[in-house]
Ligand binder design. Structure first.
Ligand SMILES: N[C@@H]1[C@@H](O)[C@H](O)[C@@H](COP(=O)(O)O)O[C@@H]1O
Length: 277
């Protein structure tokens, strides 16, 4: 696993957006061979979306031949509900870029047959050739997507009950009223994430430091689903200094040193501009 430790959330946003852009540009997607990108919601990726929109506006990147699959959706919220992840994605990302509507995939939390909805979603991912790069955040309790503590590390898309911790953390989007937060969601599984060719997880701030510790230094454990990344062929954790607070100084220094040449954002941007020509 690579661990990229940057100064602050702003740098995390830039680095992650540049890395996504690099992967897309190198893949050189076409209509016949689109790039399949997995996407998250949450407050952490918001700044990454802004950077991606900037790259689009600067004509460095196009989303015309990108197919997206989102990680999760609450059960019972309609797409037009401002708290739904459908709404979030449109308001914060999709409406600003040139992605085709038919290339956007988000689980339908209002489907009549939720089991079928999840099965169809997995099949659709397979039919699209699998996910090239899955971007994600992490919950304070180490959950990825809505794979709460105790989720099977080989799970695929299914419905999950949300834990009290997650409901409480997400109540900030529901007028701080935990009663308003859906208690149930559809989510890709840890196995779905593991099936993707690359995974990039973002974490900022002290609140995420424990989850980062379990992801990087803890043993692989279903109680911290982020730890499954240790078994992934190509996983990268992009974090800020505060989120690195709970890992050993030795681990911190190791990753800082080994990635030193990859942390210069100005150089990275210049490289992208060249790549886009
Ligand atoms: N289902 C989402 C996760 O995908 C996200 O990673 C997590 C952390 O969100 P935030 O980035 O707001 O801390 O929140 C929710 O539980």
């Amino acid at each position: 696993m690579r661990v990229i430790i940057l100064k602050n959330a702003d740098e995390v946003a830039k680095w992650s957006a540049y890395q996504i852009a690099k992967k897309i540009l190198k893949f050189n997607p076409t209509k016949e061979k689109p790039f399949v990108l997995g996407l998250p919601t949450g407050s952490t990726p918001l700044a990454t979306y802004k950077e991606l929109i900037n790259l689009y506006n600067e004509k460095i990147l196009s989303f015309e031949n990108i197919v997206t699959f989102n990680m999760d959706e609450y059960v019972g919220l309609k797409p037009e509900d401002p708290q739904s992840y459908h709404y979030f994605m449109n308001e914060n990302f999709f409406k600003y870029i040139d992605i085709k509507k038919e290339n956007i995939n988000i689980l339908n939390g209002c489907a009549e047959d939720l089991e079928k909805e999840c099965e169809d979603y997995e099949n659709k991912i397979k039919a699209a050739g699998g996910i090239q790069l899955f971007l994600g955040g992490v919950g304070e309790d180490g959950h990825i997507a809505f794979n709460e503590p105790g989720s099977s590390l080989s799970s695929h898309t299914r419905d999950k009950d949300l834990t009290y911790d997650t409901i409480l953390a997400n109540s900030r989007f529901f007028d701080n009223d935990i009663e308003k937060v859906p208690k149930w969601a559809l989510t890709i599984g840890v196995g779905t994430l593991m099936d993707s060719k690359e995974v990039m997880i973002l974490a900022n701030g002290y609140k995420k430091a424990r989850a980062v510790y379990h992801g990087v230094e803890g043993g692989v454990n279903h109680l911290w689903t982020i730890s499954a990344l240790q078994l992934h062929r190509r996983a990268v954790l992009v974090i800020d200094e505060m989120a690195a607070s709970d890992i050993k100084v030795k681990t911190y220094r190791y990753f800082k040193e080994i990635e030193a040449k990859n942390l210069n954002l100005e150089e990275y941007k210049k490289y992208l501009i060249e790549l886009a020509k």
